[in-house]
Design a protein around this ligand. Structure first.
Ligand SMILES: NC(=O)c1ccc[n+]([C@@H]2O[C@H](COP(=O)([O-])OP(=O)(O)OC[C@H]3O[C@@H](n4cnc5c(N)ncnc54)[C@H](OP(=O)(O)O)[C@@H]3O)[C@@H](O)[C@H]2O)c1
Length: 246
């Protein structure tokens, strides 16, 4: 799959990794639709991409809402055509400071699962049918090392990402041979608002720039990637475009 001319739907596009991916995709010639809940920062990202000659559009939505997936997919199709690439990057930690499971409200666990797991599932369902008909498409579910490590206080978020990883594997098994690829991606620790909210004591200069992570992900998305569908990809293990440390 060539990135140039690709139609891409990226959730969480107003900041952090989703923003960096949207910007990198648009700079490489993709036609990009970005999703977030807050219109103003999302609009600023879209305006920045357009000012640099790229194509980008904003869709303001909460991916956790029951009716959102078809509205998002429908708007994306109307703006750029059928979606070739879906990146589920939008995510929530739940209440911060992060809490022990004994102190976690059931409602907070439900909200984290709706945003991080059910939203990506609904969006995948909303775009996969068209991908299947066209015999091509790529879906990237952004995961975390918290999906495989049992960190204290990360329970709700970690459970959502572990379930997302497994859903990714089952999607891949069910979509095998159709031309539709799906990956789970652990981006590593990045200098973003989410990281600052989770770990305010961390040194931001020791964290990866999301733009560097996005550059590595472009290679995964592009045709040159030999990564098998269903793989859980750790970005630090992907080749760096400039062989730098991401
Ligand atoms: N940062 C890290 O170190 C790290 C490490 C491992 C994995 N990750 C994963 O990487 C991905 C990106 O994280 P990040 O650090 O870039 O996060 P971030 O800086 O907090 O950005 C999150 C983005 O998602 C949007 N968003 C949040 N909830 C949403 C909802 N319900 N509906 C629609 N959009 C929503 C936010 O905009 P609005 O607030 O306007 O909705 C924002 O654009 C996430 O999946 C995260 O779990 C991050």
């Amino acid at each position: 799959m060539n990135v140039k001319g690709l139609t891409a739907l990226v959730t969480g596009g107003s900041r952090g990794l989703g923003r960096a991916l949207g910007e990198a995709l648009a700079a490489a010639g993709a036609r990009v639709v970005l999703v977030a809940q807050h219109a103003e920062p999302l609009g600023a990202v879209v305006a920045g991409i357009r000012a640099r000659g790229g194509e980008a559009h904003a869709v303001v939505a909460d991916v956790a809402e029951l009716e959102a997936a078809h509205a998002i997919a429908g708007q994306a199709a109307a703006l750029v055509g059928p979606v070739d690439l879906l990146v589920n990057s939008a995510s929530t930690l739940g209440p911060v400071p992060l809490r022990l499971l004994l102190d976690t409200e059931c409602e907070d666990l439900s909200r984290v699962l709706e945003v991080n797991l059910v939203g990506p599932f609904r969006l995948t369902k909303a775009v996969a049918g068209s991908m299947l008909l066209r015999g091509r498409g790529t879906i990237v579910n952004i995961s975390s090392d918290a999906a495989v490590e049992a960190y204290e206080r990360w329970g709700a978020y970690a459970a959502s990402k572990a379930a997302l990883d497994h859903l990714t594997r089952v999607w891949a098994a069910e979509l095998a041979g159709t031309g539709v690829r799906i990956f789970g991606v652990d981006p590593g620790e990045m200098n973003t608002r989410m990281h600052a909210e989770a770990m305010p004591e961390a040194d931001p200069t020791a964290l990866a720039d999301p733009a560097r992570v996005a550059a590595r992900l472009l290679a995964l998305i592009g045709a040159e990637s030999g990564v098998a569908t269903g793989a859980r990809v750790v970005v630090a293990n992907l080749p760096s475009p400039d062989r730098g440390v991401g």
